[in-house]
Write a protein that binds this ligand. Sequence first.
Ligand SMILES: Cc1ncc(COP(=O)(O)O)c(C=O)c1O
Length: 406
Amino acid sequence: MSGSRFSLYENPQVSTAESPPQACADVLRPQDCARASAEIRSWPGYRATPLRSLPGLAGALGIGELLYKDESDRFGLGSFKALGGAYAVYRHLVRALAAADVPQPISVSDLMAARHADKVSRLTVACATDGNHGRSVAWGAKLFGCGCVIFLHPHVSDAREAAIASYGAQVVRTEGNYDDSVARAAEEARKNGWQVISDTSYPGYTQIPGEVMCGYTVMIDEIIDDRAGAPPPTHVFVQSGCGGLAAAVYAPLWRHYGVSRPQLVIVEPHNAACLYASGVAGSYVEVGGDLDTVMAGLSCGEPSLLAWPLVVAGTHYFMRIDDDTALATMRRLAAGERGDTPVVGGESGVAGLAGLLALVEDGDAARRLGLDERARVLVFGTEGDTDAQLYTRIVGESGDAVRARQ
Ligand SMILES: Cc1ncc(COP(=O)(O)O)c(C=O)c1O
């Protein structure tokens, strides 16, 4: 099904089972998620992010409830990615120190107090990024005291580069698209003995991206705490690059709500819709091209190997949207509909909500998905004004000005 601004594909492979399929049992295991969550929630500066109810916008859309998990101030980094990369850096350093016979356990406080600085300072982590993941890895490396090299493809803005460099990471500009920068990071890391901390998984490389995904599940623990006693959401819209976020938020929702789990709609940019393409093909496929989109964090042509089995079993609808739909959503969110709190949502951050708005504008699609007054929709506002200048150009007002109206 296609509207003028979107394409929608109903996934015939969606599972009706009470819990995620056995084939995914090793991914996002409850005990690993619990360990990540307890660890991250003990870090200095930790605060649960707000789950905002937007009754004005819900009323305008004709749905019962709209919940927006606002990640724009996560650990002061501007996106949910703060939860994943930094946690994986910590786990890697603990393993490296254990291999060097340093007595366990090693806490974050030990690392932050530079207790093993002689060894940690000789280690380097590396990754390719669209911006937010690299910022998290660079932040983690700075907090824990190891070296860091971040690879950026040409579409990553100078402002995002500056944010990464501000944590002391070395930045390398690459050629080609995001996936080319991933290959370059892997090659340089192999040559130099660095550890790649990637948010996406590929053959032979699963442990670290699995830990990144476990870090993201903090958001679901917070949502479940916030919603104790409330009915489950009926729909969840999640924007995707490689699908790590979608798998990480949906696996615990599925386990928690069982057959009452919400319908999952995955939203991607038209130009970088690798999960949509895989859904239509019925199996894992990659998409090529320059993957250019204003939704920079979603510019990815290869699904994560770890995420895909969960995504194909859990997703009810795959959806693609154009850039203008995301931009209009940023402005609408910043304005604050019918008395709603104004919210700062970045280009990738609003994509799930943008998918919802596009479907509701198209009456047929909204009816098909049951987006009516009985719907309780959860969306993830995964980033704020991570590129402050670009945000101001798009919205016509700075993120600070919007926050001042909150
Ligand atoms: C702001 C934002 N939202 C969503 C995503 C999508 O996450 P994933 O690549 O795990 O699907 C990203 C990825 O970088 C992102 O930066």
